[in-house]
Design a protein around this ligand. Structure first.
Ligand code: SAH
Ligand code: CA
Length: 239
C-alpha cells in the first residue's frame, strides 16, 4: 500500500501542485470568482459524470480564455469535447459571429452540456461533428480557404494521435495562431520512472514523453509548457 500511494495517478485533486490546499487556494481566489455562471453550471453538472476528471481544469481554462481574447480569435477548432467545458469556455470568449468546429467521436457526453450551452445563447457558434477527428481535420484541410485560416485550436483527445493532430492543425492555423494541447504532463508521470507509474497510465506517459520531445524540436512553433491543470502546452505557429 505504502508503495502504491507513492505512485502517481491521473488528475489528482491537487493538479500538479505540491499540495491540495495550494490548488484549492488558486481555484477559490482567482478562478471560481471569475468563472462565468454557465461554465460553473456545466462544471457542476459534469462533476457527477463517472469520467468527470476528463474535463478541462478550470485554471487551465482561465488561461485559454485569456489567450482567445488576446488573439481576438474568431475561427477555432476543438478536438475532444466531452461534456463541453472547454467548448463553452471558447464559445463565451469569441465574438457573436465566431465559429468553433468541435469534433468528438461520441456525442453522448456533449448532450449533457448542450442545454447549458443553449441557455448561455452560444450554440450558434458551434459546429459539432460526431466523428473520429483525423478524417475531419483532413477534410477541413481540403476545403478551399481553410488552410492558414484558423486563429486557435484546442486538442484534448486520444494522446496516441496528438502528433497526427499537430501535423494537420499547424497547417490549418494562421501564422501567429495558437494551438493548445491538454494533459502534457500526464499526472506528473512524465518525470517519473515507468516502474513508479500506475499501469493504466504507462502508455499515456510514454506517448506524452514522445510528444513533448517532438514539440520541443519543432521549429514551426514557439512553445510554452504551462503546469496548469494536468499540464497544457501552448504553441504559436511561427511560419
Ligand atoms: N475538452 C473536454 C474534455 C475532452 S475528454 C472538456 O473540457 O471537458 C476527451 C474526449 O476526446 C472524449 O470525449 C472522447 O470521446 C474524445 N476522443 C477520444 N478519441 C477521439 C478521436 N479519435 N477523435 C475524436 N474524439 C476523440
Ligand atoms: Ca484533458
Amino acid at each position: 500500500m505504502e508503495q502504491d500511494s507513492k505512485k502517481v495517478s491521473l488528475s489528482t485533486k491537487s493538479g500538479l501542485l505540491q499540495s491540495e490546499n495550494l490548488y484549492k487556494y488558486i481555484l477559490e481566489t482567482s478562478v471560481y470568482p471569475r468563472e462565468p455562471e454557465p461554465l460553473r453550471e456545466l462544471r457542476e453538472v459534469t462533476a457527477s459524470h463517472p469520467r468527470a476528471t476528463m474535463a478541462t481544469a478550470p485554471d487551465a481554462g482561465q488561461l485559454i480564455a485569456l489567450l482567445l481574447q488576446l488573439l481576438n480569435a474568431k475561427k477555432t477548432i476543438e478536438v475532444g469535447v466531452f461534456t463541453g467545458y472547454s467548448l463553452l469556455l471558447t464559445a463565451l470568449s469569441i465574438p457573436e459571429d465566431g465559429k468553433i468546429t468541435a469534433i468528438d467521436l461520441n456525442r453522448n457526453a456533449y448532450e449533457i452540456g448542450l442545454p447549458i450551452i443553449r441557455k448561455a445563447g452560444v450554440e450558434h457558434k458551434i459546429d459539432f461533428i460526431e466523428s473520429e477527428a483525423l478524417p475531419v481535420l483532413d477534410r477541413l484541410s481540403k476545403e478551399i480557404g481553410n488552410e492558414g485560416s484558423f486563429d486557435f485550436a484546442y486538442v484534448d483527445a486520444d494522446k496516441v494521435n496528438y502528433w497526427n493532430y499537430h501535423e494537420r492543425i499547424i497547417k490549418l492555423l494562421k501564422v501567429g495562431g495558437i494551438v493548445v494541447y491538454d494533459n502534457t504532463l500526464w499526472g506528473g508521470s512524465v518525470a517519473m520512472s515507468e516502474q513508479e507509474t500506475e499501469g493504466y497510465m504507462k502508455q499515456g506517459r510514454q506517448l506524452t514523453i514522445e510528444f513533448n520531445k517532438l514539440l520541443a524540436a519543432d521549429p514551426r512553433v514557439q512553445i510554452s509548457q504551462a503546469p496548469l491543470g494536468d499540464g497544457i502546452t501552448i504553441c504559436k505557429r511561427l511560419f
